[in-house]
Design a protein around this ligand. Structure first.
Ligand code: INI
Length: 153
């Protein structure tokens, strides 16, 4: 029986973290979670580049640019789209998820979806370190796993 799976080792990999300023209270916590995960897996500070964009809608465009650069081995997208009773939510949530998926499929490097799409600020905070873990941490862990997994092929 053959099993192919990714370890969580960092091996000198370099990361771009693309983070949205919109809902910064939440996205900055996701960023802290992602940085914490990378550092605890022995990624050096100089191998972590943080790129701020205005809102989640802008994440795919900049993630695509970052993914095209040789200096990054993986791109981690972080943000929070909160419904808050506005139809804007549906457009932003749909575009950011579709956009990131498209980039991931067009690249041979990991492009990770660490964007929360939730109904309330409480739900957002719960997933940004207060209660239900930190989605930024798990996004960074997914990047490490995917890097190691893709290196197996
Ligand atoms: N951007 C977010 O990151 N989260 C949101 O919840 C959000 N909502 O709901 O409006 C949001 N809007 C801004 C959008 O991402 C763009 O920055 C803006 O439309 C300019 O293109």
């Amino acid at each position: 029986m053959k099993v192919i799976e990714g370890k969580l080792t960092s091996k000198g990999y370099r990361f771009a973290l693309v983070v949205s300023r919109f809902n910064e209270l939440v996205s900055s916590k996701l960023l802290e979670g992602a940085q914490d995960c990378l550092r605890r897996h022995e990624v050096k500070d100089e191998d972590i580049t943080t790129i701020w964009v205005p809102g989640a809608f802008e994440i795919p465009q900049v993630a695509k640019l970052a993914a095209s650069k040789k200096e990054f081995d993986a791109v981690i997208c972080l943000g929070a789209v909160i419904r808050g009773g506005t139809p804007h939510f549906d457009y932003v949530a749909a575009e950011v998820s579709k956009g990131i998926a498209q980039i991931a499929l067009s690249q041979s490097k990991p492009v990770i979806f660490g964007v929360l799409t939730i109904d309330t600020i409480e739900q957002a905070l719960e997933r940004a370190g207060i209660k239900a873990g930190n989605k930024g941490f798990s996004a960074a862990s997914a990047a490490l796993e995917m890097l190691n997994l893709m290196a197996e092929f």
